[in-house]
Ligand binder design. Structure first.
Ligand code: SF4
Length: 146
């Protein structure tokens, strides 16, 4: 199977704070499958580390007030281009990110509140018919196996 994953889940230090979200279940999947890693925010031209962002009334905005919508959407478009070329069977994305969140993201108030809406990359990939799985659902599925 070919899978595409958020690069931070694979242990790449592409997170806004310079760290990663390495996940052992994803690492295990990487040993058994063909894997393509993507970081939409880096692909959109943003540097690491960077100021964290949320979607504020439809516009991706960094916590310092700077508008980064163009970069986020450019990164999403590049991920879609890669997905169309590589045709992954499954895409596994980091939870709650303004780019990668599949089920939820922060609500744009920088207060830790969540809304049941996807990030910009997850939304674009799903709109184009790609099967996206939120990391949380991967964890649930695997934890409930006998
Ligand atoms: S954009 Fe996605 S891949 Fe990149 S650091 Fe954020 S959650 Fe991880």
């Amino acid at each position: 199977m070919k899978i595409m994953v958020s690069a931070c889940l694979a242990g790449e230090n592409c997170k806004y704070n310079g760290g990663n979200n390495r996940n052992e279940k994803v690492i295990q999947l990487m040993t058994d499958n063909d894997v393509i890693t993507i970081c939409p925010e880096q692909l959109g031209g943003l540097k690491t580390p960077r100021v964290p962002s949320e979607i504020v009334e439809g516009v991706v905005t960094a916590k310092d007030g700077s508008v980064v919508d163009k970069e986020f959407r450019a990164g999403a478009a590049k991920c879609l281009e890669i997905a169309k070329r590589e045709q992954p069977d499954l895409i596994i994305l980091q939870s709650r990110s303004p780019s990668c969140g599949v089920k939820q993201r922060y609500d744009g108030t920088f207060s830790g509140k969540l809304v049941n809406q996807p990030g910009v990359t997850a939304e674009l990939l799903m709109k184009n018919g790609f099967r996206c799985l939120d990391l949380e659902d991967l964890s649930d599925r695997r934890e409930h196996r006998p």
